[in-house]
Design a protein around this ligand. Sequence first.
Ligand code: FAD
Length: 320
Amino acid sequence: MQSMTNARIAIVGAGMAGLACATRLGTSGIRVTLFDKSRGPGGRMSTRRIGTRLGEVAFDHGAQYFTARDPGFIEQVHAWAEAGIVAPWPAAGADAWVGVPAMNAPVRLMAEACEVHWSSRIEALERHEDGWALRGAVALQRRFDAVLIAVPAEQAGPLLLPFDSGMAARADAANAAPCWTVMAAFADPIASAADAVRGQGVLGWAARNSAKPGRQGPEAWVLQATPEWSHLHLEDAAEDVVQSLLASLAAELDARLPAPVAAIAHRWRYARYGSAQDLGMPWNAVLGLGACGDWLLGPRVECAWLAGARLAAAMADVRG
Ligand code: FAD
């Protein structure tokens, strides 16, 4: 593939990485089409809504907050802050930010500026003489000059393998730790001076979601098990996980918890990767095939944004 000008580009996965890549390509006048299996924006920064007798309660059920260290990402976060869609949340740390009114706000804003096909799981890629086709998409008959894979490594590997074994091997080398997460709503506040609690053993993290900036509604908590506990209890029943994490929070706070009006558990099979050596973003200019995602850099929102932006830059660097 020689030139990006007028190239037809598809991105599989419209999480932070895929949308950061699309946004950066867009600033160079390159339009892309995104496909995502979910019904709405967020990926691992998504927001879960649960109906309760107290009304609907929203939870940040993946990433809880994020930090910004890279100058480019700091600039982006300040732009989001000016737009009112992120705000500092000192309870998690002096440099912690959250989306407002929910964690998925930045991803939602980026998605609004792009052509995203939701509820579109891509099962496989096909390479034809006239370009790439995406099997599983509603628009299978469409052809693309380049396809970028912006999904978790475990799902990226099988898509990449038939075309670029080196790229697939990089994905296979990344392994995400699981995370059992419990979302619980209460009629009465939980007695805790802190809105964010870090633990060890069973409970790795607990946050009073309803205390984050811009949130409304009843008392809501998100509890995350440690990676070790999540791994050991991966196949446990969701109800048992709810009981274990609530008991662990009570022990951590040394308090009796009121009975929740709603409590559900979600198992993130692929939650967070380890830190990775920055080997550059995988981009095969001959085939028009690339990949991005947090798994290429580290287990943070910032890493996903950087991976997407850097893949777009790598593509621009090699264009003819
Ligand atoms: P994702 O957000 O996973 O986006 C990938 C997208 O691809 C998804 O929207 C998915 O629906 C889609 N997709 C997957 N397969 C297909 C397919 N076959 N076809 C079409 N679409 C597909 N980061 C922090 O900075 N701070 C934290 O405190 C923090 N806590 C976390 C806690 C948990 C429980 C989890 C799960 C993550 C946490 N993270 C945290 C990590 C952060 O959420 C991720 O680094 C970041 O959101 C990854 O973005 P991404 O775009 O690389 O991947």
